[in-house]
Design a protein around this ligand. Structure first.
Ligand SMILES: CC(C)(COP(=O)(O)OP(=O)(O)OC[C@H]1O[C@@H](n2cnc3c(N)ncnc32)[C@H](O)[C@@H]1OP(=O)(O)O)[C@@H](O)C(=O)NCCC(=O)NCCS
Length: 248
């Protein structure tokens, strides 16, 4: 496993419409299977399962040496606060994984090693009430919405919201934190379809994030990397490698 390169692996996969849990269940570890069985709602089961399936495809397609590992030998579990991690042969792996699901889509990101922590988010671009931005955004972000840098107002609001979720996931916190504690700014276009955004926070001078975004149809994809090792991956040298779904 080459952990010297600041590579972010990502996958966007669509669930098959005739999904049948019994055909796919063999992908799950015993721990995952018991979690799956405890889920009462079919929608949640499906999205949860699709997230696991996509994340395991992502691991297999990375340079981490997982291609020959049986998917059921990889167990994707969650911290008490929700952040996912991977267990193999009873050992927690040195990597950072993030999962997001929306509708039929699962979007996952992966960093091998422990030099950065990743958060990803997929959101549907849809109209939100005018008070949404006032409630969840900082004053500067509300002004950013008025400047509307990325197309429609709905796109801009969705992107800012999604970027915040990605950042809060990279921190391992999620929406337990006040979304106004972090500030998103400066959406710019970038290479290979991934634009960049900036993140500032009040969580200490050493905290440094990279932000990337793209629009895919009716959805926004955002990805945030929290540097654990200083200067792990400045935005300009961060490599994003797409893993194409091997199978459903
Ligand atoms: C993390 C969170 C922002 C994601 O919200 P979402 O947009 O509805 O859902 P997404 O599909 O994008 O993401 C869900 C995935 O995020 C990951 N996740 C959950 N909590 C996380 C956390 N604290 N840090 C990092 N990742 C987290 C999980 O992998 C989860 O998927 P899984 O359960 O299948 O493993 C939100 O669920 C959250 O903050 N949860 C914790 C606090 C909470 O439960 N609050 C109640 C609602 S305010």
């Amino acid at each position: 496993m080459d952990v010297n390169q600041p590579i972010i692996y990502w996958i966007l996969s669509e669930a098959v419409s005739d999904w049948d849990s019994l055909d796919n269940i063999g992908l799950l570890s015993a721990t995952e299977r018991s979690r799956f069985d405890s889920m009462r709602f079919e929608k949640r089961r499906r999205e949860w399962f699709h997230g696991r399936q996509s994340a395991k495809n992502l691991l297999a397609g990375s340079s981490g040496g997982f291609r020959s590992v049986n998917p059921s030998d990889l167990s994707i579990e969650n911290e008490p606060e929700g952040s996912p991690y991977v267990v193999h042969a009873g050992r927690r792996l040195d990597l950072s994984l993030s999962i997001s699901h929306r509708d039929q889509l699962a979007f996952c990101g992966l960093i091998l090693g422990r030099r950065g922590s990743i958060g990803v988010d997929i959101e549907k671009i849809e109209p939100r009430s005018p008070v949404f931005a006032e409630d969840f955004f900082t004053d500067s972000e509300v002004q950013l919405v008025e400047k509307n840098p990325v197309g429609t107002v709905d796109q801009t609001i969705t992107l800012i919201w999604s970027a915040k979720e990605a950042v809060l996931k990279a921190m391992g916190k999620g929406l337990r934190l006040d979304t106004r504690e972090i500030e998103i700014s400066s959406f710019k276009d970038g290479a290979e379809g991934w634009g960049t955004f900036l993140v500032s926070s009040h969580f200490g001078d050493l905290t440094y994030f990279n932000g990337r975004w793209r629009i895919k149809g009716d959805y926004t994809l955002t990805l945030a990397v929290l540097e654990i090792e200083k200067n792990f991956a400045p935005n300009d040298i961060l490599q994003l490698v797409q893993v194409i779904q091997a199978s459903n």
